[in-house]
Design a protein around this ligand. Structure first.
Ligand code: HEC
Length: 110
C-alpha cells in the first residue's frame, strides 16, 4: 500500500513537471514575431488579402475547420492553394508557436 502511494505521488509529480516544462510550452511572443515576419504580408490584422473568405478570424477558422494548432500547423507546413508552404523556412517549433498565436489572437478578436 505504501509503495503504491509512493508510486502515485511520484507519477503525479512527474506529470506536473512534464506539463510545466518550458520546452513543450508554446511561446506566444515568439509566435507574434514569426507572424510579423512571415504571415502579416497576407494576413495583417488577422485578415486575408488574397482570399477574403479565409481570414484568421474565429468565425472563418471555425467555418473552415482549421481552429486547432494541429490543423493550422499542417497548413503552414504544407501550404494550400495561394498560401505558400513554410516547411523549409520555419522550424516545427516556430510553426507551433505561430499557430498558437493565431488561435490566441482569433479568440481575442485580433
Ligand atoms: C502569400 C500570402 C500568404 C502568406 C505569406 C501566408 N498566408 Fe495563410 N493563407 C493565404 C491564402 C491565400 C489562404 C487561403 C488558402 C485556401 O485556399 O484555403 C490562407 C489561409 C490561411 C489559414 C486558414 C484560414 C481559414 O479561415 O481557412 C491560416 C490559419 C493561415 N493562412 C495562416 C497563415 C500563417 C500562420 C502564415 C505565416 C506562417 C501564413 N498564413 C502566411 C495566404 C498567405
Amino acid at each position: 500500500m505504501k509503495k503504491l502511494l509512493v508510486a502515485l505521488v511520484l507519477s503525479i509529480s512527474l506529470t506536473v513537471l512534464w506539463l510545466g516544462s518550458p520546452a513543450i510550452a508554446v511561446d506566444l511572443a515568439n509566435g507574434a514575431k514569426v507572424f510579423g515576419a512571415n504571415c502579416a504580408a497576407c494576413h495583417i490584422g488577422g485578415g486575408n488579402l488574397v482570399n477574403a473568405a479565409k481570414t484568421l478570424k474565429q468565425a472563418d477558422l471555425d467555418k473552415n475547420e482549421i481552429a486547432s494548432i494541429a490543423a493550422i500547423s499542417t497548413q503552414v507546413t504544407n501550404g494550400k492553394n495561394a498560401m505558400p508552404a513554410f516547411s523549409g523556412r520555419l522550424s516545427s517549433e516556430q510553426i507551433a508557436d505561430v499557430a498558437a498565436y493565431v488561435l490566441d489572437q482569433a479568440e481575442k478578436g485580433w
